[in-house]
Design a protein around this ligand. Structure first.
Ligand SMILES: NC(=O)c1ccc[n+]([C@@H]2O[C@H](COP(=O)([O-])OP(=O)(O)OC[C@H]3O[C@@H](n4cnc5c(N)ncnc54)[C@H](OP(=O)(O)O)[C@@H]3O)[C@@H](O)[C@H]2O)c1
Length: 371
């Protein structure tokens, strides 16, 4: 487990060891985990520029106002937070957001994806996509695909380009290739299926789109149980179940607070533990293992440990030449051998290509391009 003290120790180094003016995109930043991660970023990074994408104007305005009082020493109020209004359950709106960002920026360093509310309702959106997956999966994948050139530019210029998708990392299970949108599979199988679909889609993005000579990190994160408004948004019996579970977990102290969750997700976005790129690895942690079983940051971690002792501000951190995909549990720890083995089996069976082909069809049907 990455201790909270190590995370704090790492996050306070962001202002001196990562470049200023990071460009960041938050889907789902108007509430919950996304909002707390955005505020943690504004508290630690030097003059970041953040695109906050969502529907809720009142929340966006409140967050922009609150961010004016945040920032590292000497840079309070230095962040620029720009709200882009969009209903991300509509894929055409997602493409519109990407076009808007591409018109304004030449690079994107950090992307946090935390949209959506879990639901076992199998209804479809007007575009014909399963409603739950529209904001928990389809919007995220499309955004990453369309912003890939900007991520590559950030990797080249700042050695830091990273995507964190908040979902159910380390809960991968059996995937159902004849029912990727999970319209028919049993309720008990959905989490495992969705976990594997998400992780293998990040693998697909890393393999199919991103130039293999660049270093972009893709993380499928598991936040654990976090006290946010999302339990209140859930409808039906599942909502009652989620609210009861949260009440019990609050009582037993197993649910974590929103500030801690924000610091933890900021660490995923910035630490060299999840190389390539990133800031110094705090004491007590070592580079994490990727979903393919390898450890991308071995040599880089040593470089970064040295950098953490440097007094020079904003040291340029070495970059590796490989993309990396991580599936992480609520403690920031990587998937164990069982999951790595399962994912490898699916990769050998050609599942990544199957997912990619299915996805292209899905987006074609909606009338948007995957790339
Ligand atoms: N909290 C937990 O314990 C927990 C546990 C496991 C996984 N997760 C996952 O973590 C993610 C974030 O959860 P959270 O607790 O932070 O939830 P939350 O507080 O309800 O936040 C959800 C965010 O998604 C945005 N969103 C939803 N539908 C949207 C749409 N159609 N268009 C644009 N934005 C949309 C909301 O923005 P608007 O308000 O602007 O609509 C909001 O910012 C979710 O995917 C959830 O499944 C959470």
């Amino acid at each position: 487990m990455v201790a909270l003290s190590s995370i704090h120790a790492s996050n306070v180094l962001i202002s001196t060891h990562l470049p200023p003016h990071l460009v960041c995109v938050f889907l789902g930043g108007t509430s919950g985990i996304g909002e707390s991660t955005l505020k943690a970023l504004v508290s630690h990074a030097v003059q970041p520029k953040i695109y906050l994408v969502g529907r809720n104007k009142a929340s966006a305005e409140r967050i922009i106002e609150e961010c004016k009082g945040l920032g590292p020493e000497g840079y309070v109020g230095g962040a620029e937070v720009i709200w882009l209004k969009a209903d991300l359950s509509r894929m055409k709106a997602v493409v519109g957001v990407c076009e808007d960002i591409k018109r304004r920026e030449s690079k994107v360093n950090l992307v946090l994806l935390s949209t959506g509310t879990p639901s076992f309702d199998r209804s479809l959106t007007p575009e014909g996509l399963r409603a739950f997956l529209a904001t928990a999966y389809y919007d995220r994948t499309l955004l990453i695909a369309h912003l890939t050139p900007l991520l590559l530019n950030a990797s080249a210029s700042d050695s830091l380009a990273r995507v964190v998708s908040v979902g159910c990392g380390c809960d991968e299970g059996i995937i159902y290739p004849t029912d990727f949108p999970a319209l028919k599979i049993p309720f008990s199988a959905i989490r495992g299926h969705f976990g594997t679909l998400t992780t293998l889609t990040l693998e697909a993005l890393a393999q199919h789109i991103v130039d293999a000579s660049s270093g972009v990190t893709f993380i499928h994160a598991n936040p654990g149980l976090v006290r946010t408004p999302y339990q209140d948004r859930m409808t039906g019996w599942f909502g009652v179940f989620a609210r009861t579970l949260m009440w019990v977990k609050k009582m037993t102290g197993e649910a974590i607070g929103i500030e801690e969750s924000g610091e933890r997700h900021l660490h995923l976005l910035t630490s060299a533990r999840y190389a390539p790129g990133g800031g110094p690895i705090a004491d007590g942690t070592s580079p994490a293992i990727q979903t393919n079983g390898s450890r991308a940051g071995d040599t880089q971690a040593n470089d970064l440990d040295n950098a953490s002792n440097s007094s020079k501000p904003n040291d340029v951190i070495h970059r590796t030449t490989m993309n990396a995909v991580y599936s992480l549990d609520k403690n920031g720890e990587p998937a164990g051998q069982n999951i790595v083995g399962l994912l490898n089996k699916y990769c050998e069976e050609g599942m990544i290509d199957n997912i990619w082909a299915w996805l292209k069809n899905e987006y074609d049907r909606v009338g948007v391009n995957l790339v």
